[in-house]
Write a protein that binds this ligand. Sequence first.
Ligand SMILES: Cc1ncc(COP(=O)(O)O)c(C=O)c1O
Length: 460
Amino acid sequence: MPARFKTIIEPFRIKVVEPIRMTTRSERKKLIEAVGLNPFLLKSQDVVIDLLTDSGTTAMSAEQWAGVMRGDESYAGSPSYFRFEASIQEVTGHKEIIPTHQGRASERIMFQSLCRPDQVIISNTLFDTTRANAESVGCVVRDIPCAEGKLLLEPAPFKGNIDLEALENLLKENPGNVAMVILTITNNSGGGQPASLANLKAASALARKFKVPFCIDGCRFAENSWFIKLREKGYENKTTREIAQETFALADIISVSAKKDGMGNIGGFLTMNREDWARDCRNNLILTEGFPTYGGLAGRDLDAIAIGIHEALDEDYLRYRIRSVEYVGEALLKAGIPIVTPPGGHAIYIDAGTFLHHIPSSQFPGASLSAGIFEFAGIRGCEIGSVMFGKTDAEGNEIPHKYELVRLAIPRRVYTQSHMDFVVEALTAFKLEESAKMRGLKFTYKPKVLRHFTSRFNWV
Ligand SMILES: Cc1ncc(COP(=O)(O)O)c(C=O)c1O
């Protein structure tokens, strides 16, 4: 795009459209009450703007659909696998490429194959499924985000960094017992915030010094690379591909859900150079995912990702992607809605604890807000707070999470600027007309793990 124009357009045209069903408020009130006030349990056709997740919701390109047609469904040794392998080798620099059906399968295989019970895993912040998989093999997770990352409403360029001093201390305190250091880029649970290459380099050097494997959860590696190009001195003239390659070169092992920057609707992968690790992981993979050249995916999915992973690194796309999320964030801030600042790469995180400050954590302000904005405007977001991460003590009392957020995740290449203008208008009206009247929630069904997916509530 020539620099003289300041309007950043969607760098694509639309060839196939899906209708959005318009609903009334009274319809939506019934719909959300019928599913126990949990937006995860709604039918997607009842949602006007679906910002539940950016995972697997990408609009694929014409090239990817052409790849789908080329997909070869041979059980073993399909050409689709070799195209997938070559694409991922090019971006990650790793030799051993293991396909999986999605990110959490990569995580399960990695932790079960390479970690032992009671070992410690240290991270800037593990995502919920990653944490659940690490804990299911008996590992103890220590999240140590940097100080700026904990100040939700204060801007800083790299709030996804890990606290290097705390990392060194934990490595010293647990000699021989740290299974892995994992950097999640961007940091989804911490507001979609990027980690800098300086921080990634320092963290990997510390891991190496203590002979601990360094892992990157690289679901949003392309968005992280674009932030580095924009914000980190010395990288302004590098391409995002070069930055991604420099990032991945630091890792001993990479786990990716290809449903994000892989631009796939399903898929994931695990990569490494060590043949012995790869052998163990593939043996585990065969138990549940399938043969190592398809790993739970159809050949056509492998081809879609082989193409998508390169499209995610396209700089016209990334400029539009990051700016369009920032545009929503700026408008919400202007309307006085508290959000994690600066806006993340794939999502806006509303600080529901501040926004609905009259609702205590024990009554789940994030879950109340997500039910409220669905009823008000048909917008579906995702609570990231005490429902998702809260725990129960021995007496059955709730231990709240430290943050009460609602994530509005923007699917890739799906919504236009006017959809986003609608979101801003609706949330601004919600603040003025509804927020003070919102009530808290109480559980009517409380699952033991990953509670946000299936829990049910009543209004307090
Ligand atoms: C940072 C991060 N890691 C791992 C996962 C898990 O990936 P999947 O949903 O494909 O299992 C996600 C999904 O949202 C994520 O955001």
